[in-house]
Design a protein around this ligand. Structure first.
Ligand code: PRP
Ligand code: URA
Length: 216
């Protein structure tokens, strides 16, 4: 699929054949629940790799089997914030490549009539504001859930935030950029539009249902 131009330097739609291939598999209604979950996790690995591209590192001394040398480590501990439920699909993969990351959870669902986010839970690490935070949710539709989650994290002192998603609608991306222009956004695809019930077109359907097998 041809992706619209995104001139905003704080928005990166990852342009890589492996990412495009995976998004295609997620889009297909023929993809089974176990395979959907597996691909979502793999995409989480690739998107975390992209989202951490500018993360500061610090030099430490290590001893190789042959001699001492300088090596790099993340300067601060990374936190992954999972917007429940669907964010869990992405963070499961991310934790495979950054297993030392700490996790925060924010429970948020969208009232399907009002299309407004309803917050029902949060459990955030006490030191979350000390390092980079990746806020993870595969779907950015109206943008309400992502904006509410970023509002919460800023109210807890976080100032190094990146939103990581799989598919965004232009409407949701615009809302996020208006509300939080300082927060970089990393996506796998930017789609055409929202339909009249707030679903992304062409999209992939309901991400949470497809990850957890709860389709009606
Ligand atoms: C989905 C998705 C986002 C939200 C996006 O969650 O995972 O959190 O919708 O929509 P928005 O941009 O219009 O806020 P959903 O509300 O379906 O909850 P679930 O993950 O628990 O199924
Ligand atoms: N949430 C989803 O899971 N999918 C959409 O298309 C919109 C919101």
């Amino acid at each position: 699929m041809t992706q619209p131009e995104t001139p905003d330097p704080n928005v990166r739609v990852v342009d890589h054949p492996m990412v495009a291939h995976m998004v295609g598999e997620l889009r297909s209604a023929a993809t089974s629940v176990p395979r959907f979950r597996e691909v979502m996790e793999q995409l989480g690995e690739l998107l975390a790799y992209e989202a951490l591209r500018s993360t500061p590192t610090t030099e430490v001394e290590v001893v190789t089997p042959l001699e001492k040398t300088q090596a790099n480590r993340f300067a601060e501990r990374v936190t992954l914030v999972c917007i429940l439920r669907a964010g869990a699909g992405l963070t499961a993969g991310m934790l495979r490549i950054i297993p030392e990351a700490q996790m925060g959870h924010v429970g948020m669902f969208r009232d399907e009539d009002a299309l407004k986010p309803v917050s029902y839970y949060d459990k955030l690490p006490p030191s979350i504001a000390d390092g980079p935070v990746l806020v993870c949710d595969p779907m950015l539709a109206t943008g309400g859930s992502a904006v509410a989650c970023l509002d919460l994290l800023k109210s807890r002192g976080c100032d190094d935030l990146t939103f990581v998603g799989v598919i965004a609608a232009p409407e949701g991306l615009a809302k996020l950029r208006d509300a939080h222009p300082d927060v970089p956004v990393v996506l796998a695809a930017l789609d055409r539009e929202l339909n009249d019930v707030g679903y992304i077109l062409p999209g992939l359907g309901d991400a949470g249902d497809r990850i957890f097998g709860t389709m009606p």
